[in-house]
Write a protein that binds this ligand. Sequence first.
Ligand code: MSP
Length: 509
Amino acid sequence: MNKFYITTSIPYLNGRPHIGHALEFVQADVLARYNRLLGEDVWFLSGTDEHGIKISRTAQANGKSEKEFTDELAEEFRLVLKKLNISNNDFIRTSDKERHWPGVNKIWLELVAKDDLYKKSYQGLYCAGCEAFLKKSDLVDGRCKIHNMKGLDVVEEENWFFRLSKYKKEIKKKIESDEFRIVPETRKNEIINLINDAEDVSFSRPVESLKWGIPVPNDPSQTIYVWADALTNYISALGYASGDTRFNKFWPADVHLVGKDILRFHALIWPAILLSAGLKLPESIYVHGFINVDGQKMSKTIGNIIDPFSVIEKYSADVVRYFLLREIPSGEDGDFSYKKLEDRYNGDLANGLGNLVQRTVTLIENNLAGELIYKPAMIEEEMKNKIDQLFKEYIKNLDSFLLHESLGKTWELIGVANKYVDDHKPWISVKENPEKFLVTMNNVVFILYNVAWMLTPFMPETADKIFKTLGADRDAKTLENYKFLVQKTPSSLNASKGQGAGLFPRLEK
Ligand code: MSP
C-alpha cells in the first residue's frame, strides 16, 4: 500500500473562516478522498497559524488576550471543516506547546548546527499583513502591494537570519527538473523567475517587537519568525520531534495545497529549511487561485466577505462543494456570486443530476413496483465504451489537479444519461416493448452507479444517497481498482422504492 500525505495551509487566526479558506479545504478534501479510493494510505492535515504581530494586534483590538482570541477562532475553523464534510485526519494548532513547539525547537537547532542562522542588525519595512519584510519590488507608493490599507512598520533591530541564499541553486534545480513539482506550470515559472534574487531572511524578532510566538532556543530575547514557526506544522504534527513512526511513514508530503499569495514561502523558505535540516522536500505544491466576489477582491473594507457557514446553512455542504469545485478552475482565480451559485444549482444540480435520479426512481416506482433487478448482460457495449472514455478523462484531470474538468466529465455523463432516457422513451416502451424498457432502465441505472462513484470524492453525501437508491455496495474495496471502474460492473444493483427522490429540488425565486 502506498502512502499519500496532503496538507492545507494553516489559516491565520486573525479573522473568521471565509469562502476562500473553504475553497482550499474542499480542493484538498477531493484529493484526499480520491487517493483513498485508489487504495492509498492517506494522511490529511489541516490546522491554524496562531502567532505573529497581526494576530496579536487583532486580539488586542478586540479586547482579548491572544490565547482567548485564538481559542475561539480555532473552534470556528474546526467547525467549518466539519460543516464542509472535510475528511482531515488531524488538526494542528501552532499554539500547541506539546504537539507543535518541540518540532519548531528541533528544526531550529538543526539549522544552528548547520551554521545556517546568524545574528545581524537590520533595517527594513515590515508588513504585518504579509508577516514579512518587504523589498522595494513589493512596494507601490511606499505601501505593500497586497495590503495597501495600513502603514508599514519601520524596523531597526537585531535579528537572527537564515542562510536561504545558500540553498537557492539547489532548490531551483529541483523545481526545474520537477523533482520538487510546482503545479500549475505558470506558478512554477513564476517561482523560477524570482529565485535568483532570493536573499537571506530574518528568522526572528526581538521580544520587545513580538512576544506572541515561540522563543528562540537558547536566546529568550528573540521570538521565532512566524513563517518559520508555521511552515514547521507540516512535520511537527507528524511527530517529527519525538521520532514518531507517523513522521517516518508519511514524510515527505505528497501535496501541500496553498494559495498563490503564499507560494514563495512554500517554494523557497520551506525547502531551504528542509535542506538545511537534512530532510526530504515535499513531492509537490499545488497552487490555487483566489476567489473574488461579484468581480471584486474580498475585503473587510468593501464588506463583501462571504461567510461559508451561512452559505452551507442555506444550500448544504454538497452544493457549496459543487459550486466551488466546478465554478472556480483549480489553479486559477474565480468568482463567487449568489446568482452564479443559483444558476449552477438550477442548471446542473436540479435539472441535470436531480432530474436524472428523480425520473429513474419514478419510472421504476410506477412501472416495476419500485424494484428493478439489475441484469449486467443488458448493459450495451456502446454505453460501456462511452462511460469508459469519460471516466478515463475524469481520472486524467484529477491526476493533473484539474478538479473542475473532472466534474465537467461527470456532468457530461449525466447529460449522456438524460439524453439516453429522452431518446429511448421508456414511458412508451414500457407499454409496447417491456424487454426494451428493462434494457433502457438497466443502462440508466448502470450510468447512475458510475456517476455516483465519480461524485464520491466531490460530493460524498450526494454519492451516498445515489448508492442507497441503487441498493449498491459502496465499499470501495469491491472496486479493486478505481481507475478501471466501469470494467467492474456490479453484480447486484437494485434500484428501490422511494429513495433519492427530490435530491435537488428547484429553488423558488
Ligand atoms: N497563515 C498563512 C499560511 C501558513 S501555511 C504554513 C496564511 N493564512 S491566510 O489565512 O492568510 O490564508 C490561508 C489560505 O487561504 C492561503 O492558502 C490563502 O491563499 C488562502 N486564501 C486567502 N484568501 C483567499 C481567497 N480570497 N480565495 C482563495 N484563497 C484565499 O496565509
